[in-house]
Design a protein around this ligand. Structure first.
Ligand code: APR
Length: 409
């Protein structure tokens, strides 16, 4: 439900063409596209700049997304610093199965920690393109979304006063725990939620990667994953029960379990390091349909969450942001509303593609440890097919990289 209108004495209203709520990859990409076209906008963010520039999140970016950033002048540092991956590896029953997806598609993944991308996007938006941004805001509320004259209000961190900002459009880019999604009237928005029924212990280790590619271990004790982030830091995942206490996973237990589940003939030993993040994720995904209401457009995790099964969340956030930024520019500078009117449907087609792929892959990861011989057998068949059938292999590569057949190099 939209919040009630703010009081008339709540501060001098300001006006911006667009208010963007949230300074993550989605919000900052939208803001940069608007600024490049000379559109005035304000980004509101609850955290401090230092915090968002250091917050570790995702790190795998698909090639089309990097090209999209590059076309908008947003990938210079990324292209200098990111690593590229050309393959992933499955480990099953003590064997290694290397899947060289670049050979099949000509495309690769870029490995670039999300906080580096946020740092680059912030610098470009605020320091180069002169975009307005307020950090540390509190209690953000949206008003009049259906009226054609929306506004956003927030508590100013310095004075504690409520400030009101009028806008032509509001971009809801405030992530999975944001407030903009709650402004959609419940009778106009549908939430589709998928629970995977497992937990993943998400770990960041102060250790160099132990492989030149992403590694997926399918083991009777549960799934394990290895993903490079930078030369100094590596992300690992261990399947666990939902709601488990991370404190039950001390250093020794984590590394013993990773060695066991990722162990395979000829595999290099894991390089251990201090665990600097340890969280249990209750694995689920959700999609809000439609992703727009009146003058509010949702983008990124505010509209849909994909569990980190196929590293899709950051890529979807960028896809939405490109479409939303371009659609807002077309509407505000040329009076062309076609991009905005097709925004939700176009985004949702890719969102559901990625959700479906995540569900398909999740079954392959978790079937082996399910205790159900039928699911375990099917998971094994799924893996075998990737290496037996060129058609299945190409299909997987295309979906893993987010490329469609007609985009193939
Ligand atoms: N008002 C303003 N800002 C808010 C509010 C609020 N009420 N609530 C949250 N925020 C901020 C968060 O602090 C964060 O900086 O919105 C931003 C949302 O950024 P992300 O969560 O990174 O979401 P998004 O830009 O959609 O990017 C999705 O993030 O969670 C990862 O794996 C996910 O890689 C994917 C990416």
């Amino acid at each position: 439900m939209a919040a009630p209108s703010p009081h008339a004495d709540s501060g001098t209203p300001h006006r911006f063409s667009v208010v963007v709520v949230g300074a993550g990859p989605a919000g900052l990409t939208v803001g940069n596209i608007l600024r490049a076209a000379g559109v005035d906008c304000l980004v509101l963010e609850t955290e401090t700049r230092a915090f968002v520039e250091r917050r570790p999140r995702a790190g795998v970016i698909e090639e089309w997304a990097v090209r999209g950033l590059e076309r908008r002048g947003l990938a210079r540092t990324l292209l200098e610093r990111a690593q590229t991956h050309t393959a992933c590896e499955f480990r099953f029953a003590g064997e290694r199965y290397r899947f060289a997806y670049t050979q099949l598609t000509g495309r690769h993944h870029f490995i670039y920690p999300q906080q580096f991308l946020v740092t680059d996007l912030l610098r470009e938006y605020a320091d180069v393109r002169g975009g307005e941004i307020r950090f540390g805001v509190r209690d953000v509320r949206l008003h009049g979304l259906g009226s054609g004259r929306p506004s956003v209000s927030y508590l100013c961190p310095e004075s504690g006063e409520r400030r009101v900002v009028a806008a032509d459009f509001v971009a809801g880019c405030d992530g999975a725990r944001g407030v903009t999604r709650a402004s959609l009237p419940p009778e106009r928005a549908r939430l589709a939620r998928h629970d995977y029924g497992v937990g993943w212990l998400a770990l960041l280790a102060e250790a160099p990667p132990s492989s030149d590619c992403v590694v997926f271990g399918m083991h009777p004790r549960g799934f394990a994953g290895h993903m490079a982030r930078s030369p100094e830091v590596t992300r690992y995942y261990l399947q666990c029960r939902p709601g488990e206490d991370p404190a039950d996973w001390p250093h020794e237990r984590v590394w013993a379990e990773l060695r066991e589940r990722l162990g395979a003939v000829g595999a290099p030993p894991l390089t251990e390091g201090r665990l600097i993040e340890k969280r249990v994720l209750d694995m689920h995904g959700y999609v809000i349909e439609p992703m727009a209401f009146g003058r509010l457009f949702l983008a990124g995790d505010a509209a849909h969450l994909t569990a980190p099964i196929a590293a899709k969340g950051l890529n979807l956030a960028l896809y939405d942001a490109f479409l939303l930024g371009d659609g807002l520019v077309a509407s505000l500078t040329r009076g062309d509303d076609s991009g905005l009117s097709g925004y939700s449907d176009t985004c949702l087609a890719r969102v559901w593609d990625y959700q479906e792929f995540s569900q398909w892959l999740a079954e392959m990861y978790h079937g082996t440890a399910s205790g159900d011989p039928s699911r375990a057998g099917a998971a094994r068949a799924r893996l075998r097919r990737l290496f037996d059938s060129p058609v299945a292999a190409t299909d997987f590569a295309e979906r893993y990289l987010g490329v469609r057949a007609h985009d193939l190099a």
